[in-house]
Every structure is written in structure tokens, then in C-alpha cells.
Design a protein around this ligand. Structure first.
Ligand code: AMP
Ligand code: TRP
Length: 328
């Protein structure tokens, strides 16, 4: 069976971009593939936070992953720091990737530029090596992610190929799987930038836990363009096209055909807002139930960690043996 792995950082609340670009496909995929999903708390340490914050975010994200439909009986949902093989193989990956390759990563360039006057950790720079370890530890065939992660999967493939070339066939070659509709949800206030936790204002971001009134308001105020034609054209009409893509991703259909059903922006905005509210209702109800029982959440994550370690420890040992590290 195809092995699928994807991970998400416990930084801030989950938004519509995360859901349509990633989580929703994970939920569908768990029934077709052998699915592993990590909450990558160690990755989130690349941007420092106050004590306690990462743990709280991890539990809230776990509740959200189960609320959107990941089934702990089917998929393996685990916390990265519960599986020590991640940072262990991460170090080996750091020694397999070059400084030049890491320097070309657009996520690093963007994130470090945004933090200009702030602390930029070495971890922010070496992040793709840890991500490569996340993927390669599970003999992953497919990595379902949003378009923004393509470069990180490419570098993982380069690292795997280099390691296998140096030390003999060890790692399975993973490939990215990027959905068409919802692959890149844009900020409602700035439709040329992707919807992201690091946006300047909250007005363009729809969180999965937003109240219905807040969701409708955000869509009502979405930036469109000065003319009033409803047409699907990413380059010329980014705001309208983003709404059409969100509507297509939530109700089915294609952005092109949905465009023909509207002559004005107002109804497109309210229909999209309402479709999103309907989609979020059951997710929010399940989330509130789950987050109220933190003991049960911890139990589910402990089961996930056991299943994850059973796979990761075998691959890690295979890599150590290939290099020729002596066993303890
Ligand atoms: P992040 O929020 O960067 O931790 O991303 C978690 C997952 O959500 C990754 O698989 C991303 O590719 C996906 N993702 C994040 N933002 C968006 C977006 N605006 N549109 C589509 N997918 C996204
Ligand atoms: N870098 C990813 C992001 O920012 C998160 C991530 C870490 C990931 N490890 C991964 C995604 C492994 C897929 C597979 O969204």
C-alpha cells in the first residue's frame, strides 16, 4: 500500500489555506493509503516562543486534526518530539545537504527577510534537513502538501539520491502530491500573497475556529478589483479568482464554470462565505468536544508515537548501518 506522510507545525491556529491545501487531502488519503501525519513541534522551535506555548499549540492542533476527520484508528497521528529518530536522522541529513542548497530555499529567504532585525536561528536555515528526515524515516512514497512546499520535497529527493549514491540504496524516493483546487489559497485582503499565519493583518485570514459572523464579514470585505466582471483569471483578477477557487474547493465544480453563474461580486462573496461557514460547522463542533478532554488527546498521541517509532527506528538503523556507524 502506498505510504503517505505529511506534517504541520503547531504555530498559531489552522486556517482555510491549511485545510483546503493540505488537511482535507490527508483525511481523504487515509482511506486509500497507509497515512502518517506529524505535528512537527521541533520545526516550530525555529521561531522562538515563550515557555509552554508550543505544548499548548500541539494539543490544540491535535484536536483540530482529529476534528477535521483524521481517524486515530486508521492514520498514524504523532508528535515529532515523541520520536527521537527525527532529530537524529536530521543531523545526518544536515551532513548530506550543502550550504548552497539550503541558501536557495525560498522559505528561508522569505522568513529571514521578514525577521530582519530579529533573531534568525540556525535551525531556520537547516529546517529542510529536518523535514527530509521526517519524510525519509517513513519510507514515504507520497507527500501531500500545498504548492509552497514543493521546493522542500525537491530538496528531500536530492538528499535521498545523494545518500543512496554514497552509501547504497537506503531511502525510498518520495514524490510531492499537490492538489489543484485549493493548492494555493490567497489572503482575502492581499490576493497576490498566500493565506499565511505570518500575514500582517487577520482580516485576510479565515481560521477554522472563526465564528460564522466573522467568516461572512471577512468574505464580504475581500479585496476584488476595480472593474466588476466575474471571470477566472489568476493573473489579471487575483481576488475574484481566489474566491472562485475557494468556492470550487468547498462546493465542488470548477472555478471556470462557477464564474459563469455570477455577474456581480456581492453574491459571489456571500455565497463563498456561506459555503465556508457550512463546511466549518461540524469541524468546530467536534473540535470543542475533543479539546475538552486533554487526557484522551494525550492517550491518542501516545498511541500514534508508538506506531511512528516502530517504523522510524527501523529506517534510522538502516541509515546508520549503511554509513557504517557502529552499533551500541
Ligand atoms: P504551514 O501553515 O506553513 O505550517 O503549512 C501547513 C500545510 O498547509 C502545508 O502543507 C502547506 O503547504 C499548506 N498551506 C499553508 N498555507 C497554504 C495556502 N495559503 N494555500 C494552500 N495550502 C497552504
Ligand atoms: N515545512 C512544512 C510547512 O511549513 C511542515 C513540514 C515539516 C512537513 N515536515 C514535513 C510537510 C514533512 C510535509 C512533510 O508546512
Amino acid at each position: 500500500m502506498t505510504r503517505v506522510l505529511s506534517c504541520i507545525q503547531p504555530t498559531g491556529d489552522v486556517h482555510l489555506g491549511n485545510y483546503l491545501g493540505a488537511l482535507r487531502n490527508w483525511v481523504i488519503g487515509q482511506h486509500e493509503c497507509d497515512a502518517f501525519h506529524g505535528i512537527v513541534d521541533l520545526h516550530s522551535l525555529t521561531i522562538t516562543t515563550e515557555p509552554g506555548v508550543v505544548g499548548d499549540n500541539t494539543l490544540r492542533l491535535a484536536a483540530m486534526l482529529f476534528a477535521v476527520g483524521l481517524d486515530p484508528e486508521i492514520a498514524t497521528v504523532f508528535v515529532q518530539s515523541h520520536v527521537p529518530e527525527h532529530p537524529q536522522l536530521g543531523w545526518i541529513m544536515e551532513c548530506t545537504v550543502s550550504y548552497g542548497e539550503l541558501s536557495r530555499m525560498t522559505q528561508f529567504k522569505d522568513k529571514s527577510a521578514k525577521r530582519e532585525a530579529e533573531f534568525i536561528s540556525a535551525g531556520l536555515f537547516t529546517y529542510p534537513a529536518l523535514q527530509a528526515a521526517d519524510i525519509l524515516l517513513y519510507d514515504t512514497d507520497e507527500v501531500p502538501v500545498g504548492e509552497d512546499q514543493r521546493q522542500h520535497i525537491e530538496i528531500t529527493r536530492d538528499i535521498a539520491e545523494r545518500f543512496n549514491g554514497r552509501f547504497g540504496q537506503t531511502f525510498v524516493m518520495p514524490k510531492p502530491v499537490i492538489p489543484r483546487a485549493g493548492a494555493r489559497v490567497m489572503d482575502l485582503q492581499d490576493p497576490t500573497s498566500k493565506m499565511s499565519k505570518s500575514a500582517n493583518s487577520e482580516a485576510g485570514l479565515v481560521y477554522l475556529l472563526d465564528e460564522p459572523a466573522a467568516v461572512l464579514k471577512k468574505f464580504k470585505r475581500a479585496v476584488t478589483d476595480s472593474d466588476s466582471e466575474v471571470r477566472y483569471d489568476r493573473a489579471e483578477k487575483p481576488g475574484v479568482s481566489n474566491l472562485l477557487e475557494i468556492l470550487a474547493a468547498t462546493t465542488g465544480g470548477t472555478p471556470e464554470t462557477l464564474a459563469t453563474q455570477y455577474t456581480q461580486y456581492g453574491p459571489l462573496k456571500s455565497d463563498t462565505g456561506e459555503a465556508v461557514v457550512e463546511m466549518l460547522k461540524p469541524i468546530q463542533a467536534r473540535y470543542h468536544e475533543l479539546i475538552a478532554d486533554r487526557g484522551e488527546l494525550a492517550r491518542l498521541l501516545s498511541t500514534g508515537a508508538h506506531k511512528a517509532r516502530a517504523v522510524a527506528s527501523v529506517t534510522y538503523q538502516r541509515a546508520c548501518d549503511a554509513i557504517g556507524l557502529i552499533r551500541s
